[in-house]
Write a protein that binds this ligand. Structure first.
Ligand SMILES: *Cc1c(COP(=O)(O)O)cnc(C)c1O
Length: 507
């Protein structure tokens, strides 16, 4: 074996090493066992690596592996014998490092959590039309900011605006011949909310119920966003009850707007009260104060069919005449990450004129995906939008898939059974709603569910599952059927690798 070559050239050193070790200077001598990059590159395995990888890439990989080994030597992890043994596999370690260096950090994963809108897993998958439109627009130049009719420069937001307004008019049965409302798109709903407050209510009071001073995931806190926007918080009511009169009594010439925030990620039960959206909108209209609805989910059609009642829709807020609305593009709308701002033409114009709008604007790929998603709705292809399809899969279909897959799991170490499960919508939507689903429950003959969970994440593609009652659950609602054919062998592979694998979190 050629790999041994540098060991041999090191053997003189190694002899010295032994002497020094007995002199209590073992670590120093172990360093000398580590080959130099130059020597390494001359050995046969590296000649092979250099055939398929650039010189720089091989050197970088070799340096990284040697650096880690050196750190382990410093940490006292090796004896002379164990390091010599370890160096035998140096070339394969470096080859593995090369492959690792050439693979993406952001990867497709299999979501078996049953959480349909999982923020950690990228929220909504995109429709085929959205993917195709992104690819088409990305491939070449586009009319992003060019009016093809006049040949003049135009605004990038025209692309989504007309589709969005057409969709809202269609689904709400509103007829607006001369559109009195406009729409713009920013990075996400958090940016949309901030920009709206900053543009409309800087140095003015924003009236909000104490029940809506919420935190919406990842440190987005309404009071902090309000403070940053330069608006002054005017809280009314109590945590559990706020009445229309509370709002009315707080309206003064200082009022910049009235803000309603969808209490999306928690539910309140019991002695609670909140004015109807329509009453709040009428109140604001009669006082000439703009009403801003941070609607959040972007839901187009109600979810009553799923037994989820009273989940507010963007369409509903639009038809009731909210002056301004903000919503996420990648929650229940099922599109790309973005923030939609829809509202009165004069308010949208003020937001557009805000210099910060430029800092929050989105790129052509987002417009492409958003436009295609909106078109799916407009053309009645709601089922082509993955989020809508996943939410509406009949439980019987999931049970059928589970049974088929369980029969294909041949691993002797795994016991698998089909069990009822409850999927969550997630993404801060209808937190108390549960969707009937079916899952594959796995138990390993020898290892804890935690270890199996870890092994599943190390697969390619990684499988993200959850543990319930000491077993691993794979809820099939969120697993795309395209993975069904590879799932049994992936599970077998994880069952095998979880035996004797390091425990998650262990070093
Ligand atoms: C999710 C949500 C936000 C934040 O939206 P992002 O698109 O994640 O920035 C803001 N407000 C409400 C009501 C939400 O539900």
């Amino acid at each position: 074996m050629q790999t041994k070559q540098y060991n041999q050239t090191c053997s003189g050193e190694a002899m010295k090493t032994l002497e020094q070790a007995t002199n209590g200077n073992e670590t120093n001598s172990l360093y000398r066992l580590l080959p130099s990059i130059g020597d390494l590159l001359l050995t046969q395995p590296f000649a092979a690596m250099l055939q398929s990888h650039s010189h720089d890439a091989v050197v970088q990989a070799a340096r990284a592996v040697l650096r880690r080994m050196k750190e382990q030597v410093t940490a006292g992890k090796y004896t002379h014998a164990s390091l010599t043994h370890r160096l035998d596999s140096l070339d394969s370690d470096i080859a593995a490092e090369l492959i690792q260096n050439a693979s993406y950090s952001l990867r497709r994963v299999i979501n078996a959590t049953g959480v349909v809108l999982h923020t950690n897993l990228g929220r909504s998958p995109l429709s085929q039309a959205a993917i195709d439109h992104i690819a088409e627009v990305a491939k070449g130049y586009s009319n992003l900011e060019l009016d093809l009719e006049s040949g003049e420069r135009s605004r990038r937001d025209v692309h989504a605006e007309s589709l969005l307004l057409r969709l809202l008019n269609l689904k709400s049965g509103t007829q607006e011949d001369t559109p009195s409302r406009r729409a713009i798109v920013v990075n996400n709903c958090a940016a949309a909310t901030f920009l709206a407050l900053h543009s409309i209510a800087e140095d003015a009071e924003v009236i909000i119920s104490r029940g809506e001073l919420v935190e919406i995931g990842g440190g987005f806190r309404i009071p902090e966003i309000l403070a940053k926007s330069g608006a002054r918080l005017r809280e009314v009511g109590t945590t559990n009850r706020t009445r229309l009169a509370d709002y009315e009594n707080a309206i003064t010439p200082e009022t910049g707007l009235v803000l309603r925030v969808h209490q999306s990620n928690f539910s309140m039960e019991g002695f609670t009260e909140r004015p109807a959206l329509s009453d709040l909108i009428s109140l604001c209209k009669s006082h000439g104060v703009p009403f801003f609805d941070d609607q959040g989910t972007g839901l187009v059609m109600p979810l009553d069919e799923l037994g989820i009642r009273a989940e507010p829709t963007l369409t509903g807020s639009y038809s009731l005449g909210s002056d301004l609305m903000a919503a996420s593009g990648d929650k229940l709308l099922g599109g790309p990450q973005c923030g939609l701002l829809i509202g009165r033409a004069d308010l949208i114009e003020r937001i557009r004129k805000n210099p910060l709008f430029r800092a929050f604007r989105v790129d052509k790929l987002t417009y492409a995906a958003l436009e295609a998603t909106l078109m799916d709705y407009l053309l009645g292809r709601q089922n082509a939008i993955p989020i809508m399809r996943l939410l509406h899969i009949p439980p019987a279909e999931l049970a059928e898939r589970c049974k088929r897959l369980v029969n294909q799991i041949t691993s002797a170490e795994l016991s698998a059974e089909v069990v009822p499960a409850l999927s969550l919508i997630g993404g801060g939507t209808a937190p108390s709603a549960r969707l009937d689903s079916w899952a594959i429950a796995l138990r390993h003959a020898a290892v804890q569910p935690q270890s199996l969970l870890f092994a599943l994440r190390q697969l390619n593609p990684p499988i993200i599952a959850r543990i319930s009652e000491e077993r691993l659950l794979l809820d099939l609602r969120t697993v795309e059927p395209e993975f069904d054919s590879s799932l049994p062998s992936l599970l077998t592979q994880a069952a095998r690798s979880s035996v004797g694998a390091r425990e998650p979190g262990a070093s």
